[in-house]
Design a protein around this ligand. Structure first.
Ligand code: HEC
Length: 116
């Protein structure tokens, strides 16, 4: 029984955990950091950074500690995140590969759709 639990518990936890991408979009993070975490102007790029570093930054921001003069824009967003959300969104962002371009595939599908 203990063995079974050790197999299924992680699955249950995974299924019940918040989705990083959903958090990123619904909490409005993309408004400053870009839809793919690519960064906009003064707002830092997040995509592809190590999850550990992102988590650490979010923890610091939650405590009101930032690095730039714009930190006060970010602090309320960090404070609004639960620990589980911080973990999920950081892992999501760290896995975005900026070099993997999916755009041409999507565009091809689009054109195919229009043609028929
Ligand atoms: C109003 C604009 C704005 C929004 C919305 C916003 N951020 Fe930020 N974010 C910033 C700014 C400005 C900084 C730089 C903070 C500093 O000075 O340390 C930052 C920094 C960060 C950092 C640290 C990056 C680094 O490497 O230094 C992370 C991680 C982050 N934001 C995640 C998020 C997440 C997740 C959300 C959504 C819940 C979000 N941000 C929403 C403006 C924003």
């Amino acid at each position: 029984m203990g063995r079974l639990l050790s197999i299924f518990l992680p699955l249950i936890i995974y299924a019940g955990s918040p989705k990083g991408e959903t958090i990123y979009i619904t909490k409005g993070c993309y408004g400053c950091h870009g839809t793919k975490g690519e960064g906009i102007g003064d707002y830092p790029k997040l995509a592809g950074k190590p999850a550990k570093a992102l988590i650490e930054k979010l923890h610091r921001l939650q405590r009101g500690i930032g690095e730039t003069s714009k930190r006060n824009l970010m602090i309320p967003f960090a404070k609004d995140l639960s620990e589980a959300e911080i973990q999920a969104v950081s892992h999501y962002l760290s896995q975005i590969n900026q070099n993997r371009s999916k755009e041409p595939e999507v565009a091809d599908e689009y054109l195919g759709g229009f043609g028929s």
